[in-house]
Design a protein around this ligand. Sequence first.
Ligand code: PRX
Length: 649
Amino acid sequence: MSENASIESVLQETRTFPPPSTFSAQANIGSEEEYQELWQRAKDDPAGFWGDMAQNLSWFQPYESVMDGDMPNTKWFTGGKINVSYNCLDRHLETDRRNKAAIIWEGETGETRVLRYQDLHREVCKFANVLKGLGVETGDRITLYMPMIPELTIAMLACCRIGAVHSIIFGGFSADAVADRNNDAQAKLVITADGGWRRGKEIPLKAAVDASLEKSPSVENVVVVRRTGGDVDMVPDRDHWYHDLMQGASADCDAVELDAEHPLFILYTSGSTGKPKGVLHTSAGYLLGTTMTSKWVFDLKEDDTYWCTADIGWITGHSYITYGPLSNGASVVMYEGAPNWPDEGRFWEIVEKYQVSIFYTAPTAIRAFIKWGDQWPEKYDLSSLRLLGTVGEPINPEAWMWYHQVIGQERCPIVDTWWQTETGGIMISPLPGVTPTKPGSCARPLPGVVPDIVTEAGESLDANQGGLLVMTQPWPHMLRTLYGDHDRFLETYFSTIDGCYFAGDGARRDDDGYIWVMGRVDDVINVSGHRLSTMEVESALVAHDKVAEAAVVGFPHEIKGEGICCFVTLKGDDGTDELKKELIQHVREQIGALATPDQIRFAASVPKTRSGKIMRRLLRDIAAGRESTQDTTTLEDYTVLAKLRAEEE
Ligand code: PRX
């Protein structure tokens, strides 16, 4: 893309769906005027606006100022003392919510556990005392590598109760990935489980932790929750069973009064270079953002049963399973397993069983549901649903229509929520009682969010011109830094467009001001709604002793959104099918199952421009084109292609 050019957008979608009047009549934000007024106020007077919103939180000590300093170094609520765990638990105990279900958990194997707010509070207090007993202090980093069980939420809230900083690693990452993250965060303790259930199989989490600890010496203790009952090796003095420690723990543990900007958690995410970035969020701003966006976008009400199907290992689970909903005192469904276990009706069975009213999932899941067929949702009563949401990648308009018709039965508004690990909470989304929705568009910015679409030179583009999506104003729930690397933080997000936050997406605005996100413009690929850097996969491949060079690109994939295609140049060997399998396994070991390559193609050389840059666009064309051809082409041909292309330039 040349500096001033816009990106071409090809999607044309003209259908609109106004919110049902019955929904608007009861909604937390119920009219266009109210939205406009909130949005304008937040733009013109952000300190006044967010100061008013902060009244929704419970403070130990009031702040002196709402915001100090310009983006990217804005500090929020200076002087204020707060505790996130207190806001998610203790304050509800003074109300009727004390007996309300906080977590309604369903195991993959069919069991149910319900923790009322007072139960959750008690468990969190006990576990916070356990952590203290193991020497954990305010500011220490704790790795959580756990299945989707209530103990994960308990561990998160116990960390923030005492000011420890959690770093949650999705259970699909490998031992090596855990070690890298432990080392980067200098984690002192790991909380894990013997294993987790996934499609009837046990994922051996503790074994992966054991392997990771050979390479991450900062970890002193490991706490292990018994979940599957599988065999594990317990290392004396280092490893402790959760249930043993909890038995003797006191349920008395005051929440520590922490500075508003006290670090809350680190969450590693992929960027366009090989090394994962430790996105750091802090206490008050993040809590405020997730609390308010949950109210606005999910229209949370006291009697809702809310279910977000994400894994807590991703930002969606942090913000919209744990912090946002619990701060609002909601009843949250949490499901441990896969959507197609024991059969493809499992999600809809859960909706019926718990009378779920708000359902939030990902486009990749919706595409899988479509493939599995309407007979599955049709078997169940979905009439309890009143609101649907999506997150993670652009939703194809046809998948949106299916979601609207088959799951929402044309009754439920759909909120297509655009945001990122770095933004902490939802930024651009319809308001379900206000915004007429258009399939495939995440609609308009929420109050407090002031986006623009610009050229690479930073000039605002007119309607219907694609460009870079940026944020022009700071917001309380934005990341504060990349852990241990503030320069990389400045360089990654604030050096592309002067004075603006940019995290890699292209988008356009239509004539109604609706935003249509077109996907990443950097070397990040979005596989099933999960970010992976092409460089990360390349580094993993090059670490194999037979590989000389690798180039990795995404290609369109029916279910995953994008698949992973690897062009690999070998040091000497011939490329065999055996070696392909070995390389796929190698990437899984280095990064995890989520990075499993879909295609490995051996190449005599990786095509590069004269200046030595990998010709990714060409490789992307080749990767996508392969769908219709046989796997007989040799990479010699690609090299020839590359040479031809290079000569044309
Ligand atoms: O490309 C955008 C896409 O997901 C990226 C953020 O990924 P991650 O930090 O893993 O967070 C995912 C969950 C919040 C974005 O840069 N993305 C996320 N939501 C949408 C989306 N693309 C289009 N529409 C969305 N609703």
